[in-house]
Design a protein around this ligand. Structure first.
Ligand code: FEO
Length: 169
């Protein structure tokens, strides 16, 4: 059984994950326009992964015989003009998502809702990976992005990553 507060928090996380998907899609659109199909591919795949995250929360709410509360989406609508900005935004956003997950966990623990703390454990681990990916992308762009040959090879690597690892590792 989920408390009303927990249903609301989990539902809000459905919204947050869809906003994440939108943010990644905006970045993909920008990278496509910049002639970087590898970066665009990575961001599209990650956008799909965010939708999967949203649906995991959706399914969890329904498996507990409750209904999802829907909120208006408030996605960032940044018009990008530099290669680094989408990557910076990704880092900030993933930090925000980690904070959200931690806050839900804290409430669940306080309510002794151990089913939900157990459910959230996967997301806590996932956020470690999400933050690592976000920082790794930024680090690589800083290292190789100013050199056209380096950027070309980095774009190729970005395009291959989801092909080899479904989680963008
Ligand atoms: Fe689903 Fe990138 O957090």
């Amino acid at each position: 059984m989920l408390s009303k507060k927990m249903i609301s928090l989990l539902s809000e996380q459905v919204k947050n994950e869809f906003e994440s998907a939108y943010l990644y899609l905006i970045a993909a659109d920008y990278f496509h326009s910049e002639g970087l199909p590898g970066f665009a591919s990575w961001y599209i795949n990650h956008s799909k992964e965010e939708v999967e995250h949203a649906m995991i929360f959706y399914d969890y709410i329904h498996r507990n015989n409750e209904r999802v509360q829907f909120f208006n989406l408030e996605p960032t609508r940044t018009i990008y003009s530099s290669l680094t900005k989408p990557l910076e935004d990704t880092i900030v956003h993933e930090d925000f998502i980690t904070t959200c997950i931690n806050q839900i966990y804290e409430v669940a623990a306080k309510e002794k809702d151990y089913r939900t703390t157990n459910f959230l454990t996967w997301f806590i681990t996932e956020q470690q990976e999400e933050e690592e990916n976000a920082h790794a992308n930024m680090d690589k762009l800083n290292l190789f992005g100013n050199n056209p040959a380096g950027l070309y090879l980095l774009d190729k690597e970005m395009g291959n990553r989801y092909g080899k690892h479904n989680k963008g590792e």
